[in-house]
Design a protein around this ligand. Sequence first.
Ligand code: SF4
Ligand code: SF4
Length: 161
Amino acid sequence: MLSSVLSRSDCADCRFCCSFRRKSLWETPLFDEETVEKLRSLYPDAHFKPRGDAFTIDIDDQYRTDDSEEEALCPFNKNGCILGADLKPFDCSIWPLRVMRYNGGLAICLTPTCPVISGKPLSVMQELADGEVGDKIAAYAELHPFIIKDYKEGFPVLRVI
Ligand code: SF4
Ligand code: SF4
């Protein structure tokens, strides 16, 4: 969904948003139940656990040390995401944009850690959030509130929805 600002080659050598330190596990991808059932039959080695009204990957047993900086990779990243558009979580398709609880309402916010997006002017992402992309994100969040996350200090608020 963000192909106008993130190309395949941008992401080819970077898997930052597909691997997780323990303190980043709140960001693991979210799947609805129907998708999880399909993934369980296609990828029996992948593990899932409930999170709210949805499911996420269970990678707790992937950590090998007590180092808080250790990263564990999403099981669907094999030199890039192996999930097709029908199985890839919406959350992943909009990253680094996020829908967050903000000031008693909801807002589209920007995760500040994508190395490519953080090198662009904020106005680029502002334009996306204000336009059709932001409209689609707001509509999806209304129907699938499980993607809504708590606000994190320091995340730029692009659009209140
Ligand atoms: S962090 Fe940004 S550049 Fe890296 S893979 Fe994710 S979206 Fe692509
Ligand atoms: S589902 Fe795909 S895009 Fe999402 S975290 Fe896993 S590998 Fe990355």
